[in-house]
Design a protein around this ligand. Structure first.
Ligand code: C2E
Ligand code: CA
Ligand code: CA
Ligand code: CA
Length: 279
């Protein structure tokens, strides 16, 4: 092939190799990421609208890849789900977040709730309740301090199972939050079928809330509907004071976003006039 001349070498440029091998090697690397301790859980504060105090945090996973540095969960969670790796990884997140929160509780921040994202693949496991309870027992965290974030897509898949799991969780005082509310294609009928604690308004609705009348209308409708169903409302992606003001006017219960803090490493803790935790 070399004899054919100069052009052929382009197939061997590092760039091309990167393109063709990247997905596969990312998958391979993901298999070793847990044992190589490349994951980190960051914590993003959640602020109570009425008191302005921090009442909890959401656990958000990060992957420190040895060569590619930080990889976004948007990129690797789907691979983890396709390969089944989400099961051990998700358990590690839950255990890490519960351990950390118990540590904060013991350090005097007993009011902190911890919200953990649960993939549909985790949720569909036969023994999911057992696994969650084992982790709570192991770490000593009060079950009432744990909030599980599930997307509407994952709860409508198997209504029978969802009802059973939700009532088991409720029995133990664990809270359930519907994540990315309104971004899927589910009908609203599940709101009366299942009992849970809060709705989380996705940042795509909160964005431009003060300038985009459609986003504003959707957000107001979600808050009012949630409240008439006695559900708590959490707004995510709050970036500006104007957005905070808007949300407070419509009595959104909890806010989360860069306005208060980005997701931060546990050891940094969080300190502001809104309160503090950690470190
Ligand atoms: P999500 O559950 O909807 O999490 C909210 C995302 O919005 C996070 O992105 C967070 O960093 C980001 N965010 C927070 N405040 C703001 C803001 O003010 N402005 C903007 N533009 N963004 C903000 P992140 O951490 O990159 O996570 C992306 C998604 O990955 C999450 O979306 C969640 O679906 C998934 N994910 C993250 N950690 C886990 C995990 O441990 N398990 C599972 N199954 N999924 C996870
Ligand atoms: Ca979430
Ligand atoms: Ca989500
Ligand atoms: Ca979201």
């Amino acid at each position: 092939a070399r004899k054919q001349g100069g052009n052929n070498h382009q197939f061997y440029t590092p760039q091309l190799q990167l393109v063709s091998l990247a997905p596969l090697s990312l998958e391979t690397d993901l298999r070793y990421a847990l044992e190589r301790e490349e994951f980190e859980v960051l914590y993003q504060p959640q602020v109570d609208m009425r008191t302005g105090q921090i009442i909890g945090a959401e656990a958000l996973l990060r992957w420190h890849h040895p060569e590619r540095k930080l990889i976004s969960p948007v990129e690797f969670i789907p691979i983890a789900e396709e390969t089944g790796l989400i099961i051990p990884i998700g358990e590690w997140v839950l255990r890490t977040a519960c351990t950390q929160t118990k540590f904060w509780h013991d350090g005097g921040f007993g009011f902190l709730n911890i919200a953990v994202n649960l993939s549909v693949y985790q949720f569909n496991q036969e023994n999911i309740i057992q696994k969650i309870c084992d982790i709570l027992r192991e770490t000593g965290l009060n079950p009432a301090s744990l909030e599980l974030e599930l997307t509407e897509g994952s709860i409508v898949q198997n209504p029978e199972a969802t009802r059973r799991i939700f009532s088991e969780l409720k029995l133990r005082g664990i809270q359930i939050s519907i994540d990315d509310f309104g971004t899927g294609y589910s009908s609203l009928s599940y709101l009366q079928q299942f009992s849970f604690d809060s709705l989380k308004i996705d940042k795509c609705f909160v964005r431009n809330i003060t300038t985009d009348s459609k986003n504003a209308a959707i957000t107001i409708a979600i808050i009012q509907m949630a409240h008439s169903l006695k559900l708590k409302v959490i707004a995510e992606g709050v970036e500006t004071q104007a957005e905070q003001y808007f949300l407070s006017q419509y009595e959104c219960d909890v806010m989360q976003g860069y306005l208060f803090s980005r997701p931060i490493p546990a050891k940094e803790g969080y300190q502001s006039k809104a309160g503090q935790f950690g470190a």
